[in-house]
Design a binder for this molecule. Structure first.
Ligand code: DC
Length: 222
């Protein structure tokens, strides 16, 4: 079964690129970051300190994170409630990065993702898909871009949404999350040994999608 792993740092455009690539291949796309975000939101709502590993791990054990694929894309569920619209704030981003450092949270999410991936041909995007969730994936892509370019894109996104944003703050938050994702002890962000690295710093959205499709087609013919 076709399983594609796409990993990379925050703001590399993974989610939108993954959506476009999966649509072109006619397969589903699982955004695994949304599951960590839902867990971060659960902690914030429960008033649990996201720096408290034991408390977050205990909360995770009694929390159900799920996804539902609908015509307009993935919907993320927290104990059955559709929280898709509440998980993209900076507060939830930082909470997600905290909770994603805990082994107990990660093993629960990885198990859920492996279960979902067995259901249908799928592209999974995240940080540890090629190295941990799907070590046997058909193709592994590591999508990256310079920190400045990723911050610029994120800043533009916020401005386009009509939100107030400060580029330097966006860059600082992004570097903080990069640092936390790369240096955590459990399943840190890294390119799997057999991943193909795609650097989108100088590429447009369409060029990036085309490059990745080409890599996948080539791997399928090998
Ligand atoms: O891709 P994202 O920004 O929505 O991810 C949210 C957080 O979850 C981010 O800090 C990294 C973490 N994450 C992870 O550790 N492993 C994954 N497979 C996906 C996301």
């Amino acid at each position: 079964m076709l399983n594609i792993a796409m990993d990379g740092p925050v703001g590399a455009g993974k989610s939108t690129i993954a959506d476009a690539v999966a649509a072109e291949l006619g397969i589903l796309h699982l955004d695994t970051g949304a599951m960590y975000r839902a867990m971060g939101l659960a902690a914030l709502r429960a008033g649990v300190n996201t720096r408290d590993e034991a408390a977050v791990t205990a909360l995770c054990a009694k929390t159900e994170i799920g996804v539902r694929q609908e015509a307009d894309g993935q919907h993320t569920l927290l104990d059955g409630e559709d929280v898709t619209g509440c998980i993209r704030t900076e507060e939830v981003s930082l909470a997600a990065s905290d909770v994603a450092t805990y082994a107990g949270v990660r093993s629960a999410m990885v198990a859920a993702q492996q279960r979902i991936a067995r259901e249908a041909p799928m592209l999974l995007d995240g940080r540890d898909i090629g190295s941990r969730v799907l070590p046997e994936a058909t193709v592994k892509i590591f999508l990256t871009a310079s920190a400045e370019e990723r911050a610029r894109r994120r800043y533009q996104q916020l401005i386009d949404k009509g939100e107030r944003a400060d580029y330097d703050q966006v860059l600082a938050d992004l570097k903080k999350r990069d640092d936390q994702d790369t240096h955590r002890e459990v399943d840190p962000l890294r390119a799997a040994d057999d991943a193909v690295i795609v650097d989108s710093t100088e590429l447009s959205f369409e060029e990036t999608v085309a490059r990745i499709i080409a890599v996948i087609r080539e791997a399928q013919h090998e």
